[in-house]
Design a binder for this molecule. Structure first.
Ligand SMILES: [Zn+2]
Length: 473
């Protein structure tokens, strides 16, 4: 007989709604969701009285153990994964960067090497294309076959980006293989603006957001959406920060196009006030691209979430240490771009979203688990509590408050963006494939326990491969 665990007396919250139910699981897989299960037939009983029972979170936007040149993210797969677990996240999809001149297969192998013995939660990879060499398009079908069904591209210049033709060719190749491209949508004007500001002696980190204003994001977003429109292809826009860019996405939705948008938690809870303290060590903690924007833009993002235009909230987890950031003390262009909020993603979204009435608990689950599972080829094993799904389960305490203290966090980062913040809504227990990996502040997750997630295709090709009519809305 398999070992059976029962979670009882909790309020089960799925993306589709909330209901009272008992859940049983065995061998790491949910076996039953019923009004009442018999504890006598179970080997272990977890009482969830007063708690919500929700699917483990999925963060489709992370940069664990990323390094290039002198820039190095402080968290490897173990530390960042532990931080994720403490925040109720049990799966993530990381970006595997092609090396200049290298293949995508090489990139995937390099990232498997980072994850294999270190991962504590389950992981997938987005092949991240920095240049189209001979053969990259030919690599796409085999990569998709092997579970890498979403790709990533930058539009921002700096030698990391594809031009329009290459971007369109990749979007089309992915479309034809049942895959989808994600874009980092900022255009190359940000380089010009940054160079001009530095030439004028405006070298401090407070000038960083000035160098990346919202039109640079909006234009790139619209251009990428236009390529997808022309090619009748799917597209996903990562870390959207501007209501103007979101408007372009909403227009595409009104045309029935299979395109999706994500924002990240920092853009929903911070404003550009963070760049105004005059303290380099503090301001440089908030350097990420796109930058944190105004209150009006934050309000627009919340409105887009409520309207369903934005369907995923990720972390873009990539914290850089103070020594690393100080390389840009005299030139903000040299400050590495990245922040590390994964431990607080779900608690902050609960505190600032659910508790304020902006979203309901089911929408919270959709934004942090179910939508990502569906969009990234992980459903039905991940992102829901249905029988047959992996037993990735979080017991969520909607009333538990924590005051963030950097020193007590699981991330290896030397700072936290949210030090001193009181955040209400926290995991009490995190279960990953049936294993209790976190309980009331105590973490038990052995490096290497995380598994590679082979992801399904995310798109079925259209009958007509190019736009074939003029649309008026
Ligand atoms: Zn990113």
């Amino acid at each position: 007989m398999p070992d059976v665990t029962l979670i009882r007396n909790g309020l089960v919250v799925e993306a589709s709604g909330a209901f009272r139910a008992d859940i049983t699981y065995s061998d790491g897989v949910i076996s039953q969701v019923a009004q009442r299960a018999d504890p006598a037939s179970c080997d272990r009983v977890i009482d969830a009285e007063g708690l919500l029972v929700i699917p483990g979170g999925i963060d489709p936007h992370t940069h664990f153990d990323w390094h290039e040149g002198d820039d190095r993210v402080e968290d490897d797969f173990t530390h960042a994964g532990r931080a994720a677990i403490a925040g109720g996240i049990t799966s993530h999809i990381d970006f595997a960067f092609q090396r200049p001149g290298g293949t995508l297969k090489d990139a995937i192998e390099e990232w498997h090497g980072k994850a294999r013995d270190a991962a504590v939660i389950d992981y997938g990879f987005h092949p991240t294309v920095v240049e189209l060499n001979e053969g990259q398009l030919d690599e796409v079908p085999a990569l998709v076959e092997n579970g890498y069904s979403t790709f990533k591209v930058f539009m921002v210049g700096e030698g990391w980006s594809l031009d329009d033709r290459a971007l369109a060719e990749l979007i089309r190749a992915c479309r034809d293989s049942g895959a989808r491209v994600s874009v980092h949508a900022e255009n190359g004007l940000v380089q010009l603006l940054a160079d001009e500001l530095v030439d004028q002696g405006k070298t401090g980190p407070e000038w960083f957001p000035i160098s990346r204003p919202w039109p640079t994001e909006t234009e790139a977003t619209y251009r990428a959406l236009s390529h997808a429109r022309t090619l009748r292809a799917p597209l996903y826009v990562v870390h959207m920060t501007s209501g103007h860019a979101v408007a372009a996405l909403a227009e595409a939705h009104s045309l029935g196009e299979p395109v999706h948008g994500e924002t990240c938690i920092q853009y929903l809870v911070l404003t550009d006030e963070v760049y105004k303290s005059g303290d380099f060590d503090l301001v440089s903690q908030f350097i990420c691209s796109p930058p944190i924007r105004s209150q009006a833009e934050q309000d627009a993002l919340w409105a887009a979430i409520r309207a369903g235009t934005i369907s995923v909230v990720g972390s873009d987890h990539a914290p850089f240490g103070l020594d690393n950031r100080r390389a840009g003390k005299d030139d903000f262009r040299r400050i590495p771009n990245g922040v590390g909020p994964i431990e607080h993603l779900r608690p902050l979204l609960w505190d600032r979203g659910v508790r304020t009435g902006k979203i309901n608990p089911s929408e919270f689950v959709a934004l942090t688990a179910t939508n990502a599972a569906r969009l990234f080829g992980l459903a039905p094993k991940k992102g829901s509590l249905a029988p047959g799904a992996d037993a990735d389960i979080v017991l969520w305490d909607p009333e538990k408050s924590v005051v963030v203290e950097h020193a007590t966090l699981f991330s290896a980062s030397d700072h936290s963006l949210f030090d001193g913040w009181e955040i209400t809504g926290q995991p009490r227990m995190t279960i990953s494939r049936g294993e209790v990996v976190y309980e009331d502040g105590v973490l038990r997750a052995t490096p290497g326990r995380g598994r590679y997630l082979h992801r399904a295709r995310v798109f079925s090709s259209p009958e007509t491969p190019y736009i074939d009519e003029v649309s008026y809305v």
